[in-house]
Design a protein around this ligand. Structure first.
Ligand SMILES: Cc1cc2nc3c(=O)[nH]c(=O)nc-3n(C[C@H](O)[C@H](O)[C@H](O)COP(=O)(O)O)c2cc1C
Length: 436
């Protein structure tokens, strides 16, 4: 399969973030077209495209928009999730920094489609300072051209967009944590239901969509639902950004139609494995996705195929590990992240993520007990599905899959108090615990 340049068609242009560059390439024409349709027609178009959200859960976008209550007296809100906090994920950043007007145009059309109130927010993680500043400038340009503000292009539709910077917390990428954070509270998710489409930000019906999802909307309006569906497979449609990192020769963000073969992506497009070592494991959908072994990667990268393979497509953050990787260390690294990022609100996640990290750390340091592999596996069973939000499930994905698929390596580590020969850890054990 050949790479495509659909979502990324502007990113290599000089001065790609400027509004004039965007307009010269046909930008904001989709907005003009959309404003001549009714909001319901746009919702139907997005439904027909079968687009699924690019933020992680893969929920059909048009269906989500359709969940907004018809009879609520409350204003509706559109929130753009630009938190991009999933380990191994760095695709939204490319759109934000290189083609911010694609996102802004997508937000205006989406806000029009869901009959949003005149204020919309982009929630961006604190670390993306550069991206936040690019967005602020781009929004100013859009206002100056009349694409934002009152009576946009004479349509009677009013909208402004504000950039809201977070403080840098994984949990604020979870839609309810994000909503709490925008309201000025601690980023602690709320229990669902009610879902945001019914009770979201400021108690109002709210749609939360990912940057890449919203950026697809102008393309769907421009080319139509059938065109969008021509990329990919049924119910797994559209152009897609894949983030590839770790032990590949050419890491980066790649664009393909949905469903590019994972093995082909790694070996042909990303140049294969560093040092020409054998492949050991692949995390296919961001840090929370269960690991795949080399014999499991000959499959299309889409939502359904990965679910069938017992893992998940998530945010399409592909992390590749070669045979030099100590799998206990790699699993500890991921566990450390989730333990650190747990918001602490619910007991299974707060205690469980920390406990898993502690056990992995003791195995890595040579203090593992023979029953630790079973204990870890058992713990994932007691955290997954039992936490308030999906962070608990996310924390279990790498641990459960690593223990199941690399059990012999865990047992070797426990028995010999060292990494498997030929593998190494990527952290220094003599560093203070908090330094990692
Ligand atoms: C712990 C956690 C972190 C998340 N982080 C992000 C994130 O950084 N960006 C994102 O778009 N979605 C993230 N999500 C998913 C959001 O909750 C939500 O499903 C998504 O923003 C919806 O957008 P979409 O329908 O366009 O995919 C996260 C979910 C969880 C449970």
């Amino acid at each position: 399969m050949e790479p495509i340049k659909v979502l990324t068609k502007n990113v290599d242009k000089p001065n790609s973030a400027a509004i004039d560059t965007y307009i010269a390439g046909g930008g904001y024409e989709s907005l003009k077209k959309a404003l001549k349709s009714t909001p319901d027609e746009i919702v139907q178009l997005v439904k027909d495209s079968e687009m699924r959200g690019r933020g992680g859960a893969g929920f059909p976008t048009g269906m989500k928009w359709g969940f907004l209550p018809k009879d609520s007296p409350m204003p509706r809100y559109l929130l753009c999730n630009a938190d991009e906090s999933e380990p191994g994920t760095f695709k939204d950043r490319v759109i934000i920094e290189k083609d911010p007007h694609l996102l802004i145009e997508g937000m205006i059309i989406s806000a029009y489609a869901i009959k949003s109130c005149p204020m919309s927010y982009i929630y961006i993680r604190g670390e993306f300072y550069k991206g936040a500043m690019i967005l602020v400038k781009a929004l100013e340009e859009a206002r100056a051209k009349g694409f934002l503000g009152k009576n946009i292009l004479g349509s009677g539709f009013d909208l402004d967009i504000t950039v809201h910077r977070g403080a840098g917390a994984y949990i604020c990428g979870e839609e309810m944590g994000l909503i709490e954070s925008i309201e000025g509270h601690r980023g602690q998710p709320r229990v669902k239901p009610p879902f945001p489409a019914v009770v979201g930000v400021f108690g109002s019906p709210t749609i939360v969509n990912n940057v890449e999802t919203l950026s697809c909307v102008p393309l769907i309006v421009e080319h139509g639902a059938e065109w969008f569906k021509s990329f990919g497979q049924p119910k797994n449609t559209g152009p897609k950004l894949y983030c590839v990192s770790g032990h590949v020769k050419k890491p980066g963000v790649y664009e393909f139609p949905m469903g590019v073969n994972l093995k082909e992506l790694i070996y042909e497009h990303c140049g294969g494995i560093t040092d020409d070592l054998p492949l050991k494991a692949v995390i296919p959908g961001g840090g929370s996705a269960p690991m795949l072994t080399p014999d499991e990667i000959d499959l299309p990268m889409n939502f359904d195929a990965l679910m069938k393979a017992g893992t998940m497509f998530g945010s399409a953050g592909i992390i590749v590990m070669n045979s030099s990787t100590c799998i206990v260390d790699a699993t500890w690294r991921m566990s450390k992240f989730f333990a650190h990022e747990s918001c602490g609100q619910c007991t299974p996640c707060r205690e469980g993520t920390n406990w898993m990290e502690t056990i992995l750390d003791r195995i890595e340091r040579g203090g593992g007990r023979p029953q630790d592999a079973d204990l870890l596996f058992d713990m994932t069973d007691n955290i997954g599905g039992k936490s308030l939000c999906a962070l608990g499930d996310a924390a279990c994905g790498p641990v459960a899959s690593a223990v199941k698929k690399f059990r012999d390596e865990f047992m070797y580590h426990i028995e010999h108090k060292s990494c498997l020969p030929g593998t190494k850890r990527y952290r220094r054990l003599d560093m203070p615990v908090g330094a990692h």
